[in-house]
Each structure stands twice: as structure tokens, then as C-alpha cells.
Design a protein around this ligand. Structure first.
Ligand code: GAR
Length: 189
């Protein structure tokens, strides 16, 4: 059983999907900690409802990114966390985390990378008028949505598809692909 930490900034539907996969016995892991950088994020209540520890912080209260990351590393290490799973965590990582968890930090992004990095990737793809959209899971490095790609899944953008419909499709793919990919990774390494 692998100990993981999930990092999120918002709703936490990917947190839900990962936790559900663990509860169904499909993913042999345990979420030891949920790290959140927004004091009012919905994911906080979701984690608490599952009796999972949370570390909620305000980045503005720290002098630097490495300063708060050092605290996060300490919180993760003392719980024996082996893997860091970014699930809607909207911050670029610094050395403190990258050096503490080499090749053990993954992220999910709602585009076919390297296209449409950063915020509102679905909106960016939609505005561009692409005919294929998708989801990427990748190792995390110091670049925004950078790092080696681990898995991708795509779908056709059908004529007349709205932004909301595309977003719903992206989320449905994410909620399958993230637990599936984590299962492979955690079993391999
Ligand atoms: C997900 O769609 C994830 O791919 C995206 O944030 C959403 C979080 O949703 N991440 C990024 O854009 C990272 N650059 P959730 O809070 O419901 O899991």
C-alpha cells in the first residue's frame, strides 16, 4: 500500500475519484494528507468528511515558495508520504518539493500537452477551435505543466459542442484516467 498526498486548489472532483478508487479496492494506496493553498476550497470539507488530514495554507503568509514548500515536505515526510499527486493544484513547484520527491510528483492537466498550458486550458482549447481535446498526466518539473508525459486520452470535439459539455467530458475522462494511471505507477515503482 502506497502512501500518497493529494494537492488541490478547488473543487476536488479528482480527489473524490482517487479516494473512491481506493475505497473500491482498485487502487492500493492511502491518501495521508490533502494539501490546499486556498482557505475556502471545497476539497477541504471533502477531505475532512473522509477523516483525511489536511494542510491548508495561505502562500501570502510565507516569505517565499520554498518556505511554505519546506513545511509541506515536513508534513508529508512525517506521514511517510511516497508520492505527491497534484489534482487541480494551481501552483508551479519550487526546489524544496522537487528535490524532496524526485520522479514522485505527478500532475493532471485538462489539455493534450504541450498545447494549452496554464489556467483555463479548456477555454483556451475551445477558443482556438481545436477538433480534438483531451487530458494529460505527467511528471512534474519546475515548468508550468511541463515534465515527461505519462498518459493522455483524447476525444473528438463534435459540431456544436459547448464549453460546458467539453468540460464535463474532460472531467469524466480525468476521473477514470487518474486512478488508472496511478495504479500502474504505484505498482511499478
Ligand atoms: C482539473 O480539471 C485539472 O485537470 C485542472 O484543474 C481541475 C481541477 O478539478 N488542473 C489544471 O488545470 C492544472 N494546470 P477538481 O478540483 O475538480 O479535481
Amino acid at each position: 500500500m502506497r502512501k500518497i498526498a493529494v494537492f488541490a486548489s478547488g473543487t476536488g472532483t479528482n480527489f473524490d475519484a482517487i479516494q473512491a478508487s481506493i475505497e473500491k479496492g482498485q487502487l492500493d494506496a492511502s491518501i495521508e494528507l490533502v494539501v490546499v493553498d486556498k482557505l475556502d476550497a471545497k476539497v477541504i470539507e471533502k477531505a475532512k468528511a473522509k477523516q483525511i488530514d489536511t494542510f491548508v495554507f495561505n502562500p501570502k503568509e510565507y516569505a517565499s515558495k520554498n518556505d511554505y514548500e519546506r513545511v509541506i515536505v515536513e508534513e508529508c515526510k512525517r506521514r511517510g508520504v511516497e508520492w505527491i499527486v497534484l489534482a487541480g493544484y494551481m501552483r508551479i513547484l519550487a526546489d524544496a518539493l522537487l528535490e524532496a520527491y524526485p520522479n514522485h510528483i505527478v500532475n493532471i492537466h485538462p489539455s493534450l500537452l504541450p498545447a494549452f498550458k496554464g489556467k483555463d486550458a479548456i477555454g483556451q482549447a475551445f477558443n482556438y477551435g481545436v477538433k480534438i481535446m483531451g487530458v494529460s498526466i505527467h511528471y512534474v518539473n519546475a515548468e508550468m505543466d511541463g515534465g515527461k508525459i505519462i498518459a493522455q486520452r483524447c476525444f473528438d470535439v463534435v459540431d456544436g459542442m459547448t464549453h460546458d459539455e467539453a468540460e464535463a467530458k474532460i472531467h469524466a475522462i480525468e476521473h477514470q484516467l487518474y486512478p488508472e494511471t496511478l495504479k500502474k505507477l504505484l505498482e511499478e515503482k
